[in-house]
Design a binder for this molecule. Structure first.
Ligand SMILES: C[C@H](O)[C@H](O)[C@H]1CNC2=NC(N)=NC(=O)C2=N1
Length: 96
């Protein structure tokens, strides 16, 4: 696969307009997800894990009971790329 391209801050802010709930925090795409229960949160994480593995692109995340805190960036280029926006979109869709 070709190396993903690091997006500029202007590009990131423009693309964030289309992603409700997500923001730029400490150079990463950030969102806090909340679910009805631990089982729902963990079930969502399991679904996301399959998507992430198929993309070869993985979230930084942590889970406390029914909440999951997510940060996305592309370690390989030290910034945010289209891969992060694609994963963010899939995460939001799976949480609906
Ligand atoms: C070789 C492997 O595909 C790479 O190290 C992938 C794995 N998952 C990854 N996930 C994230 N978030 N960023 C990466 O740069 C990255 N690189």
């Amino acid at each position: 696969m070709s190396r993903p391209v690091k997006l500029s801050e202007t590009e990131i802010h423009a693309k964030l307009e289309t992603l409700p709930g997500w923001s730029l925090q400490a150079g990463k795409l950030h969102r806090e997800f909340q679910f009805a229960s631990f089982v729902e949160a963990f079930g969502w994480m399991s679904s996301v894990a399959l998507v992430a593995e198929s993309m070869g692109h993985h979230p930084d995340w942590s889970n406390v009971y029914n909440r999951v805190s997510v940060d996305l960036n592309t370690h390989d280029v030290g910034g945010i790329t289209e891969l992060d926006f694609t994963l963010a979109q899939r995460m939001s869709e799976l949480a609906k």
